[in-house]
Design a protein around this ligand. Sequence first.
Ligand code: GUN
Length: 286
Amino acid sequence: MAAQVIDGKLIAQQVKDELRAETARLAAQGKVAGLAVVLVGDDPASAVYVTSKEKTARELGMHSVQHRLPVSTTQAELAALVDQLNADEHIHGILVQSPLPAGLDQDAIFRRILPAKDVDGFHPENVGRLWQGHDTLVACTPAGVMVLLAHMGVDPAGKHAVVVGRSNIVGKPMAALLLKANATVTICHSKTPNLQEICRQADILIAAVGKLEMLTGDYIKPGAVVIDVGINPVPGFKSKIRGDVHFDSAAQVAGMITPVPGGVGPMTIAMLMANTLKAAKAIWGE
Ligand code: GUN
């Protein structure tokens, strides 16, 4: 294997250690950051994510509450909860877990969260600020990828970064962050005809397609930095997950690569905590 493996677990731990220290410093002044996570319905994977977000916030010394609503929740009831959390002075970050059950308008809910408390970075005001190159609350997974790159000493400036996937949660904000960091950015998606050819030009390749091990070694430029955002179940194996990149063949060609699990995943929660503290500090005027 040629590539250096990027240890997301270790880097996430370092980020959390720094946040714990900052949380303690602020707690000494009586300031406690608060995160509210909202789960509608009973999707088991979402329940695991939401519980782990709430637990991590507590571990870092933050105030943390979880709201679980039944699948029958109406748009008006969910909107009322968001309004209540917007007005709650102990809450600085609000996360409504997506996807919401069918029938609920997710975008309307994301728009209802106060931009200042939007720790997901999904509110159009924060998305607009990001694309205009301003400092703002940014979606956690792409923000985590930027921290991974920085820790590995990878400066995107002047590099060709190829983002495979155009979701609002990962692909688009990822492209905006890489552009802000002065990369030349290409966004590819399911309708891109010459995907392999474009991927092979990438100095930094971000895989966020949601297709199990789709990007094999022959999609990768020798020496490239490969970041795998995919979390795909492996058919026939209970609770085994793999990425969008075929790790073994890609690692023969890449210069650096993130594993799945243990790469980008741990960074997402760490960045949610970072966003919560950032939101709280902005609200406090720190
Ligand atoms: N579902 C999958 N990823 C995310 C995320 O980052 N935020 C929210 N709110 N829901 C998600």
